[in-house]
Design a protein around this ligand. Structure first.
Ligand SMILES: Nc1ncnc2c1ncn2[C@@H]1O[C@H](COP(=O)(O)OP(=O)(O)OP(=O)(O)O)[C@@H](O)[C@H]1O
Ligand SMILES: [Mg+2]
Length: 271
């Protein structure tokens, strides 16, 4: 699998949201975190990394004409494929019902990386919504980004699948840091309990420390946002889920600030 180095000269912070299990809320949380970051003044790109079963465009009610598929297949200009839903928020859509895209090989991933890097330079933060499972593209996106965010619910199958993904990424791809985002929880205590359990198992069997990113409660405004094809942080900004997203986006903004600061220090040290 092609490894593209990420260093400080490369501007945006990149993070991907993955889960192992499907349907746990990756796309909803990615899209809403992106709106929240844009609201906080960052330029954000959402990459629909669910290459064969794209959902980001659907969640936002977009009628997209071109997608990552057109860039890979017929050299479409990547910046013309990006759809701006707000002045600071771009979406790089994928395609639905293209089975070949769901199982790209190493060379395709290398091509995808060389396409994404120049597009990413136009943004402060890149968020990738990946497919469920542990397919090759999910693994590749997870090695491509700076931050791995694992979305899971308190459902035991979601916990098991998140653990399986963490295991593969740490064992086979040497990823060391994972941030857990607990979704559809009853309360913070439940989220902490799930985190504590998984953190203990990961520490014991994989010798890994898992980070707690936060929790998003089970909240009807999330499904309402899906039905209305609008971000819930826009249509229900006072909802518990929206407030949780705003708070987690603040943490993500911190990652961007940290990267900018270390780049500045490196620049000063280099003269
Ligand atoms: N916090 C929440 N409260 C209530 N419903 C939620 C919450 N998070 C997600 N959902 C619901 O779960 C469903 C699945 O969400 P979403 O499509 O974001 O999951 P996904 O992980 O991207 O799925 P897939 O693996 O198929 O890509 C949606 O219908 C959404 O309304
Ligand atoms: Mg999804």
């Amino acid at each position: 699998m092609a490894e593209i180095s990420r260093h400080n000269s490369f501007k945006p912070v990149m993070a991907c949201l993955s889960s192992g299990k499907g349907g746990v809320g990756k796309t909803s949380l990615t899209v809403n975190l992106a709106f929240a970051l844009a609201q906080k003044g960052l330029r954000v790109l959402v990459v629909d990394g669910d290459l064969g079963l794209a959902n980001v465009d659907v969640l936002l009610g977009l009628q997209v004409k071109t997608s990552i598929h057109d860039i890979l297949d017929r050299d479409a200009d990547p910046m013309e494929v990006v759809v701006y839903v707000e002045p600071r928020l771009g979406i790089l859509p994928a395609s639905s019902g293209v089975p070949d895209l769901a199982k790209l090989g190493p060379e395709d991933h290398q091509q995808l990386g060389s396409i994404l890097l120049p597009i990413a330079q136009n943004f402060d933060f890149v968020l990738v919504d990946t497919a469920a499972g542990i397919g090759s593209s999910v693994l590749w996106f997870n090695t491509f980004v700076d931050y791995n965010i694992l979305v899971l619910t308190p459902d035991p199958t979601a916990m098991t699948d998140a653990y399986a993904l963490i295991k593969v990424l740490s064992r086979d791809y040497r990823r060391q840091t994972f941030h857990l985002l607990l979704n559809q929880v009853k309360n913070e205590a439940e989220a902490r309990q799930v985190y504590d359990h998984l953190a203990r198992v990961a520490s014991h069997f994989l010798n890994l420390h898992l980070e707690y990113l936060g929790a998003v409660p089970q909240d009807a405004s999330v499904s309402k946002g899906v039905r209305h094809q609008k971000p819930f942080i826009k249509i229900a900004p006072q909802s518990k889920a929206a407030m949780a997203i705003m708070s987690h986006a603040e943490r993500l903004r911190g990652w961007a600030a940290q990267k900018a600061a270390s780049r500045k220090t490196a620049g000063e040290a280099g003269g």
